[in-house]
Design a protein around this ligand. Structure first.
Ligand SMILES: *Cc1c(COP(=O)(O)O)cnc(C)c1O
Length: 408
């Protein structure tokens, strides 16, 4: 059986984790701080904070910005549930928009639904292709006259809504670490970019996430970093490492914060992953995607994924193949026929309005026809470092045979 997306774990990863375990410090510490510095250098931003998941990291962002009941957050209908779930967690309302044929959020659709209740916009870089962040940032900037900041947001008087004066653009970069826009890595375009280092992502720490901070003046990234750090540790004035210094036991809690820090065991994996990311991991993923392209691009039954468009380039996280003539039922039957041939594939994603919770909230699939068109014809093929060329060919043969079987 060819698995869909096993992590790349080898002796080097295991040795790095063993060293962390034997070092005497296993929670947030020197390895996490080193990982953050290297991530920031990689993305070309002042500061990155590493946390325990994309979900908790981006939920902190909504809480920091003061998003809550009565507010709206614009998200694409085509995404993983996490993007909208965090909006529900803070009591705000997700406003769904449709996507373009390359699976990314339609900036014009964002413009149409922007209101005086819009507090944030979360574009998603599905499969690794960056959304058109520049266009979405422009929509947010041009909509600043609609933006209505909350007054008296925080007891300490700081008010990021007043400071920014427009909707916050949070990029869901859960798939796009290492992708680029205009030659610059993802992270350096949106106000804040959230990455996921979950086991199936293209850079992993088993579970994990990070925020790349890229806010305009007068925001201070050092200060923001400290604030997010405190938010992730119960609002406590000192983290475990600082408290561990001789005599430095006393601390204060300024507000009831959350608990979502990254551990040094996770960071140890991340440091190894990052070290070989550009030199080895991504080139292999790209080669695999090109081998699939060579097999499917000339065959009229298939639509191959977009890896480059305009000045945006994917990090080759997913190979999102489409069978444009298939109905949803036929697509499902094709997946069953592929599984019979010992190949695991996947669908990214079941659109939000097709999930019972969001359907129950009144969201309708029919309102987002392009999302449905893409979803109902999509099959994601295996892409991971250890997948061999022979296995790629086995996947290709299985997919073509399955399509023949179902579509005739
Ligand atoms: C994986 C994923 C997330 C959530 O990441 P976690 O680190 O598991 O919280 C969010 N958005 C998208 C598009 C994802 O694929």
């Amino acid at each position: 059986m060819i698995p869909f997306s096993p992590p790349r774990i080898d002796d080097r990863t295991i040795k790095a984790v063993e060293e962390a375990l034997r070092s005497g410090w296993i929670t947030t510490g020197p390895r996490t701080k080193e990982f953050e510095k290297r991530l920031a250098a990689y993305c070309g931003v002042d500061k990155v904070i590493a946390l325990n998941s994309w979900t908790n990291a981006c939920e902190l962002v909504l809480r920091w910005f003061g998003v809550g009941p009565g507010d709206e957050v614009i998200v694409p209908a085509y995404t993983y549930c996490a993007t909208a779930n965090i909006v529900m967690h803070v009591g705000a309302k997700p406003v769904l928009v449709d996507v373009l044929d390359d699976f990314t959020m339609d900036p014009l659709a964002v413009k149409r639904v922007l209101t005086n209740r819009t507090k944030a916009i979360i574009p998603v870089d599905i499969g690794g292709l960056p959304a058109n962040i520049k266009a979405i940032m422009r929509v947010a900037e041009e909509g600043c006259n609609l933006f209505t900041p909350k007054v008296n947001l925080r007891v300490d008087g700081s008010n990021p809504q007043m400071r920014l004066g427009r909707a916050l653009v949070i990029s869901d970069g859960a798939h796009s670490f290492g992708a680029s826009i205009g030659g610059k890595k993802v992270g350096a375009q949106a106000d804040i970019t959230g990455f996921s280092f979950h086991a199936v992502k293209n850079l992993t720490t088993a579970e994990g996430g990070a925020l790349a901070l890229n806010l305009p003046e007068p925001f201070q990234h050092e200060e923001l970093y400290r604030y997010f750090n405190t938010m992730s540790l119960h609002g406590q004035s000192k983290d475990a490492l600082a408290k561990n210094q001789p005599g430095a036991w006393r601390y204060d809690v300024a507000f009831p914060g959350w608990k979502c820090n990254m551990t040094d065991i996770q960071a140890a994996i991340g440091l190894v992953e990052l070290d070989r990311f550009d030199s080895d991991t991504t080139p292999r993923r790209k080669t695999i995607c090109e081998r699939y392209d060579a097999a499917f691009a000339g065959d009229g039954r298939f639509t191959t994924p977009t890896f480059r468009t305009g000045d945006r380039e994917s990090c080759y996280h997913l190979y999102m193949l489409r069978i444009p003539k298939a109905s949803e039922e036929q697509r499902d039957a094709i997946i069953t026929a592929i599984a019979k041939r010992d190949v695991s594939v996947n669908v990214h994603f079941i659109p939000l309005p097709k999930l019972s919770f969001y359907e129950g909230q009144g969201y309708r699939m029919a309102d987002h026809p392009n999302t449905y068109k893409l979803y109902s014809t999509e099959i994601s093929l295996p892409v991971y470092y250890d997948l061999t060329d022979a296995q790629v060919d086995q996947v290709t043969a299985a997919v073509k045979a399955a399509v023949n079987e179902v579509m005739g």
